[in-house]
Design a protein around this ligand. Structure first.
Ligand code: TXA
Ligand code: MG
Length: 310
């Protein structure tokens, strides 16, 4: 039985209690719904992999309430402080060296000597994290390889009966996962494009970001095929073939559109929702071209993985 909880003090307290007891709780964040478990409890974290059917070499992001908590787990630096000052709480994940006394399950770090960590901005996520008081490991709350969940209904469709609870707080505002920046090498590295634009991070750093080269998969979640609908996906389409359904953008109309005005923030916020809607029709999906700047870069990253051969 999966409990549906309200994002009120009673629901948040129940969610925190379930986490303390080693339960699995799907939580709203500003990016996507996360499937949370106590990051120090290996049995709880193992259940995340089991519920998602996720390949176990993928390390997980931990979510904490503030920088003070982050510093218990991650070795802090001026660069980390600069990015945290600029973008936390918010859709930015930092990969940092682990502290010696971190106490995290090795299933969270997948045996690496670094940890991915973020302070989410969503008020309900924050309330639950504060109440729980520890680190919450939370990948996106969808079966492995499938479209990320941006509503409680998406979570329920994918994971009902496999997890203890879902805190239903409506749709996620950003709609794309967090941007991941690696801070373990000499230069900051872009490991995943996401909810904070690369341009905004470069402006804060005052320098251009290097991208992780696909050859050494440093962020293992970056598998070629991911976010996959059941049917095939064709990108950069200007019109649908007879058997296809079309996802439009700007002046390219479709059966539905990511944004008829060409607004990338709006498109990011509804991307996974539109993919879930078209996926339900079980027809091949044609997708209009999306400009590759700002949040468009993260949108195109997700679309390429949705379209990749499986
Ligand atoms: O917005 C988000 O980030 C969402 C919400 C729930 O917070 N979470 C999310 O988690 O997208 P997940 O598990 O689906 O993605 C985790 C990503 C993967 O690409 C993984 O490889 C990378 O983080 N990652 C985790 N730990 C890492 C590490 N130590 N070094 C490099 N990459 C790491
Ligand atoms: Mg995911």
């Amino acid at each position: 039985m999966t409990e549906i909880l309200c994002p009120d003090p009673a629901g948040n307290a129940r969610a925190a209690l379930l986490l303390q007891q080693g339960g699995l709780v799907a939580l709203p964040t500003e990016t996507v719904y996360g499937l949370g478990a106590d990051a120090r409890n290996s049995a709880a974290v193992a259940r995340i992999y089991e519920a998602k059917g996720r390949p176990s070499f993928n390390p997980l992001i931990i979510h904490v309430a503030d920088v003070a908590q982050a510093r218990r787990y991650a070795r802090w630096s001026d660069l980390a402080q600069n990015l945290a000052d600029g973008f936390w709480p918010g859709p930015l994940t930092l990969v940092l060296p682990l502290t010696s006394h971190h106490g995290l399950s090795s299933l969270v770090t997948a045996g690496l000597d670094s940890v991915a960590i973020r302070v989410p901005a969503h008020p309900t996520a924050r309330a639950i994290l504060e109440r729980f008081g520890g680190p919450v490991a939370a990948p996106s709350a969808n079966p492995s390889g499938k479209i990320s969940a941006t509503t409680a209904a998406h979570v329920r469709n994918g994971l009902d009966g496999r997890i203890d609870a879902i805190v239903d707080d409506g749709p996620c505002a950003v709609g794309l996962e967090s941007t991941i920046i690696g801070l373990t090498a000499r230069q900051p590295l872009l490991l995943r494009a996401g909810g904070v634009s690369v341009e905004a991070i470069e402006a804060r750093l005052g320098s251009a970001l290097d991208s992780a080269n696909g050859a050494d998969i440093i962020a293992p979640g970056q598998l070629a095929s991911h976010y996959a609908p059941h049917a095939s996906v064709r990108l950069n389409a200007t019109k649908a073939e007879p058997d296809e359904v079309m996802l439009g953008f700007a002046d390219i109309a479709g059966d539905i559109s990511l944004s008829t005005t060409g607004n990338l923030t709006e498109a990011a916020a509804c991307l996974f929702d539109r993919l879930h809607e078209l996926d339900a029709l079980r027809k091949p999906i044609a997708v209009a071209p999306i400009p590759n700047h700002g949040l468009g870069r993260a949108i195109n990253d997700r679309l390429r993985r949705a379209a990749a051969p499986r």
